[in-house]
Ligand binder design. Structure first.
Ligand SMILES: NC(=O)c1ccc[n+]([C@@H]2O[C@H](COP(=O)([O-])OP(=O)(O)OC[C@H]3O[C@@H](n4cnc5c(N)ncnc54)[C@H](O)[C@@H]3O)[C@@H](O)[C@H]2O)c1
Length: 359
C-alpha cells in the first residue's frame, strides 16, 4: 500500500487518498456499530468487488453499467435496498465504480434518512480526477443530464489507481480529456508534464496515472474549498464544458464519452479565446491539439464527427447550448483562457463566432 492524502478543507473536512492497493484499507473507515451498503455497477462489482475484502460480504446494490443506471427509477431501487438492509442514520454508503455510480450513490446517501455518510471508491480515471471529488451528486431526467441532484460531500475518497488497469481504452482516453482540462487550469508545469509523458499516459502507466490523479485532485480540492456550491471560482472547472455538453446532447448521451467531448470542447474554447484576443501564448492552441492527438483524443469537431460517425450540425449544437443549465439570461456562457492557469468565466461568444467555430 502506497498512498498520499489530499485534504478538502471544508467543515467537516473530507479526505482524498490517492495510491495503489487502497481498497483493502476502506474497511478501517467503518466503525463497529455502523451498517454499510455498497453501491456499484455490474461490471465493476465483478472486476473489483472482491478487493474491498472485509466488506465483500456487505449488502451490495448493483446498477446497470454507465449512464443507463443513473436514473430516478434506479435511485428509488437503491433507496429501497438501503432501507431493506436496515441502514440506520449512522450508516455508511460506499460507492465502487465510475462517475455514474458515485453520482447516484452520493444522491442516495444525501436523501436517505435526510442524509447519511458516503465514501467513494472511484474506478475510472474520470471519476478519480473529477466526479468523486467535490460533493456534486445527480441522476439524469428525461429532460436532460444531471437535472436532479444535491451537494453532499463524501467523508473520504479512495482513488486506487490500480483499478484503472482494467479500464477500456476509450474510458481511459475520456479521463485524459479531463486531465488536459485540469492542466490548462493549473499552469505550464502540469501541461509540460503531460506533453513529456504522453506515451506513458496513453498506455495507462500506473505511476503516471497516480501522479496525474494527485495533481488533478489537488487543484479540484482547492477550488471546492473556496466555492463549495459552484457559485463562483469553481465554475472554471467548466472549461470546454458548454461545448462538450452540447456535443453530448446532440449526439445522444453515452455515444461520445464525456471526457472525449471535453477534449473537443477545450480546442473550441481555446479557439474562442484566441479570437477574443485573450490568449497571450499563440502556441497554446496548437500544442493542446497535438497533446490531445498524442493521447488518442480527437482535437477538433471534424475529427470527432469522423471518428464517431456523427453529423453534429452547428445549428443543433447552438440550440443545445441555449438550454445548457449554466446559461445566464438565455445566453450560453463560457470559460475561456488567458493562458494556462488563467481562466476567465462567464464570457459570451457572439453568434457569428459560434457559427464559425462549429461549422
Ligand atoms: N459529480 C461530479 O462532479 C461529476 C463530474 C464529472 C462527471 N460526472 C458524471 O460522471 C459520469 C461519467 O462517469 P465515468 O466516466 O466515470 O463513467 P461511468 O461511471 O458511466 O462508467 C463508464 C463505464 O466504465 C465501466 N468501468 C468503470 N470502472 C471500470 C474499471 N475499473 N474497469 C473496467 N470498466 C470500468 C463502467 O462499468 C461503465 O461501463 C457522468 O454521468 C457525469 O455526469 C460527475
Amino acid at each position: 500500500m502506497d498512498r498520499t492524502a489530499v485534504t478538502v478543507p471544508l467543515e467537516p473536512p473530507s479526505f482524498v487518498h490517492v495510491g495503489t492497493d487502497l481498497l483493502s484499507e476502506v474497511q478501517h473507515e467503518v466503525t463497529a456499530d455502523q451498517g454499510v451498503v455498497v453501491i456499484s455497477d455490474d461490471t465493476v462489482r465483478e472486476l473489483h468487488g472482491a478487493a474491498l475484502e472485509a466488506l465483500a460480504e456487505a449488502p451490495t446494490f448493483s446498477l446497470p453499467a454507465g449512464e443507463d443506471g443513473k436514473t430516478l427509477p434506479h435511485l428509488e431501487k437503491a433507496l429501497d435496498f438501503m432501507a431493506a438492509s436496515g441502514l440506520e442514520r449512522n450508516g455508511l454508503v460506499i460507492t465502487l465504480g465510475g462517475g455514474s455510480v458515485s453520482d447516484l450513490g452520493g444522491l442516495a446517501a444525501s436523501l436517505y434518512k435526510r442524509g447519511i455518510s458516503v465514501l467513494h471508491c472511484p474506478t475510472t480515471l474520470l471519476a478519480q480526477v473529477d466526479a468523486s471529488v467535490g460533493g456534486k451528486t445527480a441522476v439524469n431526467l428525461a429532460a436532460g443530464k444531471n437535472l436532479a441532484g444535491t451537494f453532499h460531500q463524501p467523508r473520504a475518497v479512495f482513488c486506487d489507481v490500480r483499478t484503472l488497469t482494467t479500464l477500456p481504452p476509450e474510458q481511459c482516453r475520456s479521463g485524459l480529456g479531463e486531465v488536459v482540462k485540469t492542466a490548462l487550469l493549473s499552469g505550464y508545469g502540469f501541461f509540460d508534464f503531460l506533453e513529456a509523458n504522453h506515451a506513458g499516459l496513453a498506455a495507462g502507466e500506473t505511476n503516471l496515472m497516480r501522479e496525474v490523479v494527485l495533481r488533478c485532485v489537488r487543484l479540484k480540492a482547492g477550488l471546492v474549498a473556496t466555492d463549495e456550491t459552484d457559485q463562483g471560482q469553481r465554475q472554471v472547472l467548466n472549461l470546454g464544458h458548454t461545448f462538450a455538453h452540447a456535443i453530448e446532447h446532440v449526439s445522444g448521451y453515452g455515444r461520445v464519452p464525456h471526457g472525449v467531448a471535453v477534449a473537443v470542447g477545450l480546442t473550441l474554447a481555446l479557439a474562442a479565446s484566441n479570437i477574443q484576443g485573450l490568449l497571450a501564448d499563440q502556441d497554446l492552441a496548437g500544442r493542446t491539439e497535438d497533446l490531445l492527438r498524442n493521447l488518442g483524443l480527437p482535437a477538433s469537431l471534424p475529427e470527432l464527427r469522423e471518428r464517431h460517425g456523427l453529423l453534429l450540425p452547428s445549428e443543433k449544437l447552438i440550440a443545445a447550448m441555449l438550454h445548457d443549465k449554466k446559461s445566464a439570461a438565455g445566453l450560453p456562457r463560457f470559460v475561456l483562457l488567458q493562458g494556462p492557469g488563467e481562466a476567465v468565466r462567464g464570457r459570451e461568444i457572439t453568434a457569428a463566432v459560434l457559427d464559425f467555430l462549429l461549422e
